[in-house]
Design a protein. Sequence first.
Lengths: 195, 195
Amino acid sequence: MSRRSGILEFAVLGLLRESPMHGYELRKRLNTSLGVFRAFSYGTLYPCLKALVANGWLVEEPGSAPEDARAASLAGRRAKIVYRLTAEGKEHFEELLAHTGPDTWEDEHFAARFAFFGQTSRDVRMRVLEGRRSRLEERLEKMRASLARTRERLDDYTLELQRHGMESVEREVRWLNELIESERAGRDKRTGPDQ
Amino acid sequence: MSRRSGILEFAVLGLLRESPMHGYELRKRLNTSLGVFRAFSYGTLYPCLKALVANGWLVEEPGSAPEDARAASLAGRRAKIVYRLTAEGKEHFEELLAHTGPDTWEDEHFAARFAFFGQTSRDVRMRVLEGRRSRLEERLEKMRASLARTRERLDDYTLELQRHGMESVEREVRWLNELIESERAGRDKRTGPDQ
DNA sequence: AATTTCATGTAATTCGTTACATGATTCC
DNA sequence: GGAATCATGTAACGAATTACATGAAATT
């Protein structure tokens, strides 16, 4: 019950689904492989892992790599802790994957969802992409309205900032359009026909 | 000493420098006019205002609009509280404006700084823009390196996410290049020669 | 041998939201 | 006179960081 950190929990389960890992490595992959996420600190990550274990979604295992086994057997000392997804954890992750809702379209949530698209069904992918798109279109609408109301009172820099912001959002909408089109056509970028 | 919320404090002082306002209005302008900021909640804004008053940077004033005066005089009841920047507050804001450092190049900080470029000197603008640019270039470098290391092990969606992320950063770098060029040429977007 | 990187964790603090509570003003 | 919007606040909670503390393994 204690510590549930939405995105982090989701990303950790998703990464561990591919293969067991220890905390330090997980953290690196949250930045690099998944690219999108900011670097969660250890002060966030480790307590989160403990909580996931307490929930029965992960189990701690002694590192299975030879050097860890050696280290652990030489003395009773602490070796690396490798986390592995349990059956319940897997099930829980499936639920999270299948769920789509307003929160899902938010910036960071969306990036996290997208990063695990490979493990999702096409209709979930479509719901996520389309939801994200309408969320962005709403945002554009608000920006346009606000700009129309206040244009005269703004100085050049503020105006330029708004213009650039809107352009970024419009660009993401176009990107989503392509992705949605691509999903409709029933294929990934280069894998060819799939599913 | 109590509540200092970097960005919010900065934005509030900057907005109040243009003209006195009450909390509710401030909050709207943080979203709309300044466009960039997420909507700070009242639970954040009002305590922040109180803290700024405690610091002597703002003073509370009875609303000067006729309907407020009427309401306040009719009964001893609470009217709108209009906040006005004090001389010390103005001075403090100048200091914040003049300061440039690593924190300044961060995403949200940068947006806040940019929103008040109109009140800054050209050399500060240049430092902020160039700092932001090198920060983004560092980020690009890391992304490229990480991508080169892990490309084969990533599925198409993860790859696409990284590609789009990098493209967004590259786009912002180009934007900054234009702005820097424009500053070098010694003019704002449309105001013509200035300072 | 020393330094860097790997590896795990805790406590205090920061930043901000949500939910709640209250009441005035404007519009229909 | 009822609803929507304007307007101000507080208390409890949440998410994540920073600074701290510890120690093993690899590299130079």
